[in-house]
Write a protein that binds this ligand. Sequence first.
Ligand code: GLN
Length: 419
Amino acid sequence: MGGLPLAVKDNICTVEYDTTCGSRILENYRSPYEATAVSRLKAAGGMVACKSNLDEFAMGSSSEHSAFGRVRHPVDAERVPGGSSGGSAALVAAGAVDAALGSDTGGSVRQPAAFCGVVGLKPTYGRVSRYGLIAFGSSLDQIGVIAASVQQAAAVLEVISGRDERDSTCADVDPIDISLDRQDLDGIVVGLPAEYFPSDLDPVTRKACDRAVDAMRRAGAVTRDVSLPHARLAVPCYYVIAPAEASANLARYDGVRYGARVTGQEGGEGVDDLAAMYRATRGAGFGAEVRRRIVVGTHVLSSGYYEAYYTKAQIARGRITRDFTAVFDGGVDVLFTPTTPTTAFKAGELLGDPVAMYLGDVFVCAANLAGIPAISVPIGRANGLPIGGQLMAPVFAEQTLLNVAQVMERVVDGDHELR
Ligand code: GLN
């Protein structure tokens, strides 16, 4: 990593910079400790050049939900860079840093990477320590890498991966040693899940995918049509489980232990009424999207609704995971899909329609529910706006995932303008 300038998403703790999560409630918050991923990068000679803006607490797909302003798309400032790791993706795409850390709870590394035309890697759940990653949805959160190339992403993963006694959910495995030595895709079976190529898929995105699939076939891959029958449950399932976990994780921001406090009283002196202080602090400290998630999450966990929503979502999660296992056990090495249904949208376009925003995660959030590794690689452009192709692999199969991704990167011209 000798001297490599890196950006670190602002929900990952650093000791030399504030860690705000893009939230008023953590404005000026300086963590007393550093995330394991950051310490490992520094120990390997990397340099944290800056923190990068994000959707507040990583909740969003456009990097418009930050208390400190929106992130602009590196090609077209009127558009969004994707989210929630939009700052990390935009910085890498603009060439300001060589690589960046992001976090991926439901697509937040891959989707902005796709929108900005760079590589976005979400490792297997447990591959990288979450110590120092401020929790959003603890069973889904994973630190990921955004970089200009697959090789660069692999190099960062090697450094940050491996067991960590400070995170009990981090797998007890050695740091991964990746050899990117594949020249072709001979013997590789690429699964194409029907559910990820719906009939109403954006025609340019489909064209880009067709081109990528053809190139992989020419490189020796065998493609196979497969089905992930519960794919349509991924977005509703994710948008129950992620808010449920968020509502529990964000309960700690109460104005007592962390960050800003608003007393709710004239003059702000003293705290006579604790509940009023909580209300005032959380009302002023959290933005609208975070409040929406807390309300949804609290609702789906509340008695009388728990079985109808939370339990059902857990059942759906099991089915989604088993779909992947069945396909991989059937001999598929990697799955190929579009990363996003469209290219980068205009700022403000989806702000008034949260469900439409959530539906943009339709191809990315299942990998988090199943805990499998996934990567987005540029596969073309439409009107100058990048399109990403996603590869997903079985748990802990990053070696295969990254090798296939690198061949794909080489044989598909990611800058090719589609018409
Ligand atoms: N867009 C998703 C959400 O809003 C994913 C966020 C993420 O991966 N951090 O929850």
